[in-house]
Design a binder for this molecule. Structure first.
Ligand code: NAD
Length: 290
């Protein structure tokens, strides 16, 4: 079916800067078309100085929903009327729903990561998780994983950030969560007891595609490895993990499921995952995960 944009078409979009390489329009427009929903999804480059105007525009134009990406995830909060539990804890939002002029904020990154693991056969319940990084995405993942995981170790280049975050999570979940320095020896040591490894740093991202924080010989077949970097689709860590026989979950899966949660918030419909995955991979220049 051809997509017809007409008088009743509802608008969703993504705001950020830079935004040219976003995969969200491809994923969401494919999903709208598949479900025959009268929606269109656009990308808007919004500079920091224009964020307030953009929010006014959302209300003024009656834009139904927005994804929010760098650098606005924290600054957007002051414009929102209601925040979900993730946003309250993390201090950052990636999804807005315009509910008749009331702007509601959500953070779907952590939920997306959790769905990506579960839908790919990895249940973190009671498991020992090693998380590399304590940036925005890492925090969202830690918050979602901490609810289920048996133990969580967060290693970060700046160890104080990992420690502060581990303390904050322990206060909420009362679980065994530790934070420390991301050194090669700490990765090697903590990996020995881990069931699940998540790389939530930007190491391995284009153009530094030959980099990984994990030596290939530390990886094992009984490990599940999720690298949230999705450009390239298959990072050095993902290739090494696959070669070691580990179960590998690509960053595209997290991107896909965080988008799927946003899609449901805006439309009330369950997202057509396969359609969205195909559209995202096509945009990334690949037709299947290898
Ligand atoms: P951020 O800037 O908030 O955090 C970056 C993290 O990487 C920090 O913990 C930093 O210490 C660490 N880091 C960077 N270079 C490092 C190095 N050389 N050695 C060790 N640690 C290093 O960024 P973010 O928003 O959290 O994004 C991190 C990565 O995750 C990016 O590649 C981003 O594209 C990707 N991401 C993917 C998804 C998804 O849905 N798959 C969602 C959000 C972010």
């Amino acid at each position: 079916m051809k997509m017809v944009i007409a008088g009743k078409t509802q608008v969703c979009g993504v705001i950020g800067d830079p935004i040219a390489h976003t995969l969200s329009p491809a994923m969401h427009n494919a999903a709208f078309k598949h479900l025959k929903l009268d929606f269109v999804f656009l990308a808007f480059k919004v500079k920091t100085a224009d964020l307030e105007n953009a929010v006014r525009g959302m209300r003024g134009f009656g834009i139904r929903g927005l994804n929010v990406t760098m650098p606005h995830k924290t600054a957007i909060i002051r414009y929102l009327a209601n925040l979900d539990a993730n946003v309250k804890f993390l201090g950052s939002a990636n999804t807005i729903l315009n509910d008749g002029g009331r702007l509601l904020g959500f953070n779907t990154d952590g939920t997306g990561a959790l769905h990506a693991l579960r839908e790919n056969g990895v249940n973190p319940e009671g498991k020992n998780v090693l998380l590399l990084g304590a940036g925005g995405a890492a925090k969202a993942i830690a918050y979602s994983l901490a609810q289920d995981a048996g133990a969580l170790c967060i290693l970060n280049r700046v160890p104080e950030k990992a420690a502060v975050w581990a303390d904050a999570l322990n206060r909420v979940f009362g679980k065994k969560i530790v934070g420390g320095a991301l050194s090669p020896s700490a990765v090697q040591k903590n990996l020995q007891d881990a069931d699940i490894l998540v790389n939530a740093t930007s190491v391995g991202m284009h153009p530094h595609v030959d980099q990984s924080l994990v030596a290939p010989q530390w990886l094992r077949p009984d490990l599940a490895v999720m690298d949230i970097v999705y450009n390239p689709v298959e990072t050095k860590l993902a290739k090494d993990a696959k070669a070691a026989g580990a179960r590998v979950i690509s960053g595209v899966e997290m991107l896909l499921y965080q988008g799927a949660v946003s899609f449901q918030i805006w439309t009330g419909h369950a997202a057509p995952i396969e359609v969205m995955r195909t559209a995202a991979l096509k945009q990334l220049g690949r037709d299947e995960l290898k």
